[in-house]
Design a protein around this ligand. Structure first.
Ligand SMILES: *Cc1c(COP(=O)(O)O)cnc(C)c1O
Length: 320
């Protein structure tokens, strides 16, 4: 059993991020609260630097590299937001970054990664193994590998969003968190257990790839083929060896949301809250909506995890 990330690690990450990450706003909608008969607090990580919470984990991890590691540079594999996060954190800290990205990643994410100075290496997500490619390049160039979720310093950084949320709102009855590989969910659960011990924590993943739900209920990490879903930030094939034990211990349940529910969420955020949220970023809200009947009168936290979506794609999705 590997040693697990703790809330103390999250608190230390928060200190490192201070002055570098945005303290993102917590927003509410009276109309929604009236509709749901509950109080919903949205932590707007779509307004984080580079457009997603992933800046938190990447900046924390890169801050902790040794001088020798900084000199050699870093490498990562990602479906998008982690790539941008590592590229931006590397730029801010003066480190060279190589990013292994699927060649069908959203154009905005690829362009942003290159815009931050990241060296992009493309692969075919349905045929090639991104981890293998990254590990090979890391070995050859002596680069530090910064994986998107299965890393102590990444988990600790991701937990700072829920920490800020709960510090601002006070006690919550339930917290809904988008789930891919589980860095955000594991970190959020650490913060919730420390700051709001009675709060139920739910992970919400795409219905097309319910490996997290099956893993949570079976007690062993389930591997699946790349799921076909519009939630491109959660097309992960399995939870991590470091994220899974925390999720098993501290999370209440893992539930799923369909692409149609995510589109309804994007429409709601754009129309009613004037917020641009990417499909994956709507997972938490979709989960909260499903469970709202049992949450009447309760205080509910929802993490809006990111806002990086091509505007033309957003338009096309809203037409479907
Ligand atoms: C990466 C990502 C997730 C999933 O995070 P994990 O730590 O892999 O579970 C959710 N939403 C967005 C916007 C992301 O970029």
């Amino acid at each position: 059993m590997p040693s697990l990330t703790t809330f103390e690690d999250v608190a230390a990450a928060a200190k490192r991020l201070n002055g570098h990450a945005n303290r993102t706003p917590v927003m509410t909608s009276r109309a929604l609260n009236d509709d749901l008969g509950a109080h919903c607090f949205f932590k707007c990580e779509n307004l984080q630097r580079m457009g997603a919470f992933k800046f938190r984990g990447a900046f924390n991890a890169l801050s902790l590299l040794s001088d020798a590691q900084r000199k050699a540079g870093v490498i990562t594999f990602s479906s998008g937001n982690h790539a941008q996060a590592v590229a931006l954190a590397a730029k801010l800290l003066g480190v060279k970054a190589t990013i292994v990205m699927p060649k069908d990643a959203p154009a905005a994410k690829m362009a942003a990664t290159r815009g931050y100075g990241g060296n992009v290496v493309l692969y075919d997500r349905y045929k090639e193994d991104r981890e293998q490619i990254a590990r090979g390049l890391a070995e050859k160039g002596g680069l530090a590998l910064i994986p998107p979720y299965d890393h102590h310093d990444v988990i600790a950084g991701q937990g700072t969003a829920a920490k800020e949320l709960i510090e601002e709102t006070g006690g919550l009855d339930a917290l809904f968190v988008p789930l891919g590989g589980g860095g955000l969910l594991a970190g959020s659960a650490l913060s919730a257990k420390a700051l709001a011990p009675a709060c139920a924590v739910y992970g919400v993943e795409p219905a097309a790839g319910d490996d997290g739900r099956r893993s949570f209920h079976s007690g062993a990490i389930v591997h699946i083929d790349p799921p076909r879903t519009i939630a491109d930030g959660a097309q992960t094939q399995h939870l991590g060896n470091l994220t899974f034990p925390i999720i098993r211990r501290d999370v209440t349940d893992v539930i799923t949301a369909t692409d149609a529910e995510l589109i309804a969420g994007m429409r709601f955020f754009a129309e009613r809250m004037k917020l641009l949220v990417e499909p994956t970023g709507c997972l938490g809200f979709a989960g909260a909506r499903q469970m709202c009947a049992s949450l009447a009168g309760k205080r509910i936290g929802v993490i809006l995890s990111g806002g990086n979506v091509d505007i033309d794609r957003l338009g096309a999705l809203l037409q479907t």
